[in-house]
Structure formats: structure tokens, C-alpha cells
Design a protein around this ligand. Sequence first.
Ligand code: GLC
Length: 427
Amino acid sequence: MDNKKFQEMIDEFTLDSDAIKDVAASFRYDIEHGVKETGESSLRMLPSYIGLPTGKETGEYLALDFGGTNLRVVLIRLDGEGKFEVIKKVAKPLVVPGEYDFICADANADELFDFIADMIEEAVDGNRDKKYLLGHTFSFPSSQTNIYNARLIIWTKEFATKGVEGEVVNDLLKAALARKNLTNVEPTAVINDTVAVLLAAAYKLGNVNIGSIYATGHNTCYYETFTGMGKPAMVINMESGGFNKLAINKYDYKLDMESEKQYEQRLEKMVSGRYMGELLSYCLDDAWNIGKVEFTSIDISTILADNSDSLDEVCDLLKAKINADITTDDAIWVKALAETIASRSARLVVATYCGIMWHLYPNGGIPKQFVAVDGSVYEKMPTIKDNMQKAIYEILGEEADKLELVLENGGSALGAALAAAMEPVEC
Ligand code: GLC
């Protein structure tokens, strides 16, 4: 066991207080340049053409949640006053190993959208008479000219289906619905999942300006007033996973070189669930020369959850993966490394939230508010919430208690229904 090697790797993933304050400052810089469209920002800052809900929205809507490997179609009734009821839910994976895979480069747009249309048919019980308005949470960078027209700029999160990049996704969906004779289902609104989380939280709680996903992918949106700029206020999808003013280490570099889209999504590749396990794999290979052994963020969670002295669970997991004798000492180092990878992730994510606060309240005086977050990493990975809280204090000091992180669980479907119910922002 080479302790020095592990200590070096841990140091490479460690970010101190000054480092995260610097990240918050450069993130704010990129927001400001993005808002002013100076061309100097690494953030896409995509307009969503939607504001915040009043909380009074009502009616029955279909919601399509398309953003990860699990696809959901939900029939929802909005009852106003922040209340709603799920009437029916259909959920299916987009990949079943050995059976089908709609997100690989061999799959095409028609196959993918036909699969989605089948799920919609199931959600409406085959009804071809009743009119349904459909809100679509499509969680990939899309450029919009209005609330309907969202064109996929580039796949992220290792999606690779052919024939979708550059297309208006709701046109692909409409065509698939027409092929199934489901023209009574009308896709009307497309939003990003971060926007859905913000809308859902604003509907239920009010007093929220930031919506964020901390899951397979990572991204954040916020409500921008464009004060003094003569533009209507609306939610902006920053595609913050693409923020790139960050120093990377050699493991980040290796991961990037072996990813589907090199040089894209720098922040996301450092923080999100899709990639954290992979970073651990590269490190363990560097330390032990074991080749590429696959680790996932669920493995990281398992490692972090073992608080026993002997670290039996960590040892068992490592033995099963790399087929070698593992001592408790080895496991202690691996756990310390996994903790540092997770902590770097939490600290970077929080730095972006603080950068938004500095942009929104340049003269200080942050009002008390919620920050709505959804996603498996935030919800389930041990240490993440504590590290986020700690980082907020390190960056914002006394003002830290103005921000309350809240889990907005399953906001994607509710947000999509709200988007279908709300009046869009016209420009
Ligand atoms: C990726 C997508 C982004 C999405 C995020 C979370 O970063 O590009 O649109 O919001 O994943 O799902």
C-alpha cells in the first residue's frame, strides 16, 4: 500500500476556502457576462420563456420527464395553493441491458420518440378523444425561441442517440404521437429539469430563486430580472455544468479525454453522479494498477456510509470489484479519497449558488430564501448535505443562514405540468 500516493491524490482533490471563494467569484463573473452577452462567459445562459408560478395554477396536465436513464410520463392535477395530485404514472428505463438501448449511438430519434409515445399512450389509457396539454421537462441544453420551440444544442450525460441534436424536440415528439394517432395529446411547453425544480418549489413554497439538479447530471437555473436592461424577467437555464473556469487535475483530464464529448461540461464532470465513481476508478488504477474497474456514485455512497472501525463493507466492495486482498488500511485510504471526491463536488456546487447570490444582490443584504435542489446525489449520498452547508458558511459567512437548501423531490413532473398551465413570457 502506497500511502504517499493516496495522500497525493487526496491533495489533488482538496479545495480550501479560498479556492471555493475564487470559484464563486468567477462563476458570478460568467453570469454577469452571460446576462450582458459579452461573449466572455462559459455559461450558456439559455432563456426559458417562463417566469415563476403564482401558486394558483389549476387543471389536469400530462407531464413528460425526459432527462436521465429513467423516463416518466405523469398525469397530474394541479389544485392551486401549492397542491397537486398525481393521477397516473408510467416509468420505464431507456436502457435495459441485453434488450434495448435508446440512448446509444446506434439508436435513432424515431425509435426513441416512438418509445416515448408508447408510454404516453399508456398514461392516457389509450384515450384518443380527450384533449391533453403536455409539459415536457427535457433536461439537456436546448436553445429556445419560445416556450414550445426547444432545439437540442448538444447531448450531455453521455447520451448519443442519432438525429436529435439540432432538432426541435417537441416536433420529434409530435411526429411520433401522430404516428400513433395520438393527436389529442398536444405538447405545449418545454423546460429544463432545473427550471421544473424551481417552478415546483415556487408553487409549493414561494420565496425561491434558484433551482438545481444534483444527480446523474448537474445544472442550475435562477430567476433573472434583467433590471434596467429592457428585457422581460424570466428563468434562465445556465447549463452550469458547462462552467469551465476551473483548474482540473490529471484524473479530471483523463475522464474528459475518454468521455463522449471532450472539453464540454467541465463542472459537471467534476461534480455529478455520472462521473464521481469514474474519477475514483482512475485514481485506484493509478494507485494499484488495476486497469479500468468500474465504480459508480452508488459505490461511493456505499463507501461513505460505512462508519465501522473495520470498514468491512468497503473491504467487501473493493474485493468484489478488483478481486484482490484488501486490508482495513487500504479501505481507510479509499474511503478518505472517496470522501474528498464527494466533498470537492459539494463545495463546487455550493460555490455556484453563492456566485448567483452575489450577482442577484451585489450590495449584500441577501434576503432569506430557499434554494431548491433535486437529485440522487443531493438526496442520498452521505456527507453531501453537510459539506454543502459548511461551504455556504465558508463563502457567505454571516449571511449563510439566509439560504436554506430544500429537497424538491420529483419536481420534474410537477414543474412540467406547471409550465403547461402557466402563461409563457413573450419577447
Ligand atoms: C446536464 C444537462 C442539463 C440538465 C442536467 C441535470 O447537465 O445538460 O440540461 O439540467 O444535466 O439533469
